[in-house]
Design a protein around this ligand. Structure first.
Ligand SMILES: Cc1ncc(COP(=O)(O)O)c(C=O)c1O
Length: 419
């Protein structure tokens, strides 16, 4: 193993003089778990290697995109081949078609897709489309759901915003057009629609909220949301930036049997490179420029190299093999957890997403507000030990862990033993 002990410490100290907090994205600073962020230099399968010469069994997986593991040969090969032909053209490219066909196959009856560069951008585009399509302004979101850092969504936003203890973000002026409702509360939902339903352009939700712990929703809540949005002429947007392609070659919409009007995608569809997408029926999507007057554009949108990574990833997923492996690993995780005596936590898991909840009191939370403070404190106090033991979990008690197709049964057992 190569590397230089203390390298992460030295690099982070230099970085703090160059970039705010030393990072390009806030949670990476390790602020809520303490210690020095690790500078990774290489990844392979389930492993990451840092500049200090240490290796980690990775359960963060770049926060979701690496469902096949790090540096999957088919993905790397596709990227190298595409890169040799040029990195960007700013023109039409055949990879857009191949990628569009894969995404639309999985999200039928949606029949149009617009590629963007991030999940945030996909959400921004969906907000604008929903407002244009309804000629309304108000948005509804749910407490604890994170939809990227677009102004309108920076309210009760989970993820890094809750990790840093911020209620919302300063510098945001438009969030007063956004209503926030609690997850899972049908009465509260009906009340919002009684009062504001006719002014609502859209309701945004992560159908499986995974940015403030893993807050599993009952299908009847999502079904009621579908009914209410339809009755009141509002659009329903499923933010599947984490959920999409995670539980099968489809969206979580298929798992719960609820069809949204628009879906936002990111993470997995880029296979580790920056790709986001908005998916929906032509009737809404064709309001986008150049056909319609809803403007949206991007120099890097539909970048051929990024799409090559996405196509290779989705092609691999389409075989079904990675999902079968992930399901087996998940079952094994449940068994391993059940066998452990004197556990301090309960494991919340859906498919390849897992969230160790360090409280034995009360039911497993399904609303952001119900997460026990002791669970957060307990996670934080243990994080350093996991890192020392060579396990890399997302550095926040509010973020979910990710299994990948590159993990082995032994990796999962090691994780459970350490937790
Ligand atoms: C559900 C959800 N929506 C949107 C986003 C924003 O995506 P990005 O970080 O690519 O802008 C995220 C990122 O974690 C997410 O989890």
């Amino acid at each position: 193993m190569t590397g230089s002990p203390g390298a992460s410490e030295r690099l982070f100290s230099r970085a703090r003089a160059l970039m705010p907090g030393g990072v390009s994205s806030p949670v990476r600073a390790f602020g809520s778990v303490g210690g020095t962020p690790r500078y990774m230099s290489r990844g392979e399968g389930a492993w990451m290697f840092d500049e200090d010469g240490r290796k980690y069994l990775d359960f963060c997986m770049a926060w979701g995109p690496n469902i096949l593991g790090h540096a999957h040969p088919a993905v790397i090969d596709a990227v190298l081949r595409a890169a040799k032909d040029g990195l960007a053209f700013g023109t039409c490219h055949r990879n857009e078609l191949a990628m569009a066909e894969l995404v639309l196959e999985a999200f039928a009856p949606a029949d149009r897709v617009r590629f963007v560069v991030s999940g945030t951008e996909a959400v921004m585009t969906a907000i604008r489309l929903a407002r244009a399509h309804t000629s309304r302004k108000l948005l509804l979101k749910f407490s604890g759901c994170y939809h990227g850092h677009a102004d309108a969504m920076m309210v009760k936003a989970g993820s890094g915003v809750v990790t840093l203890g911020l209620a919302e973000s300063e510098g945001v002026t438009v969030a007063h057009d956004t209503l926030v409702a609690p997850l899972g509360d049908i009465e509260a939902l009906e009340q919002v629609f009684r009062e504001h339903g006719r002014q609502l352009a859209a309701a945004f939700i992560e159908p499986l909220p995974a940015n403030n712990g893993l807050l599993i929703q009952e299908p009847r809540f999502l079904k009621r949301l579908r009914e209410l949005t339809s009755e009141h002429g509002a659009r329903l947007v499923f933010d599947e930036v984490i959920n999409g392609f995670r539980f099968g070659f489809h969206g979580y919409s298929k798992v719960v049997g609820v069809q949204p009007d628009l879906t936002t995608l990111g993470k997995i569809i880029g296979g580790g490179l920056p790709v986001g997408a908005v998916v929906g029926r032509a009737e809404i999507m064709e309001r986008l420029a150049p056909l319609g007057k809803t403007y949206q554009a991007g120099t890097m949108a539909g970048n051929p190299v990024a799409l090559a990574a996405g196509i290779a990833t989705l092609t691999e997923l389409r075989t079904g093999a990675p999902y079968r492996h992930l399901e087996a690993l998940g079952g094994l995780m449940d068994n391993a957890v059940a066998e452990k005596k004197n556990r301090a936590f309960r494991m919340v898991r859906v498919g390849s997403l897992f969230w160790p909840y360090y409280s034995l009191n009360g039911p497993i939370p399904t609303q952001a507000e119900k997460i026990a403070p002791e669970a957060v404190a307990s996670f934080k106090s243990r994080y350093g030990q996991w890192l020392e033991a060579g396990l890399y979990l997302p550095p926040s008690a509010y973020e979910v862990g990710f299994l990948s197709a590159a993990h082995s049964p032994n990796d999962v057992e090691q994780l459970v033993a350490a937790l």
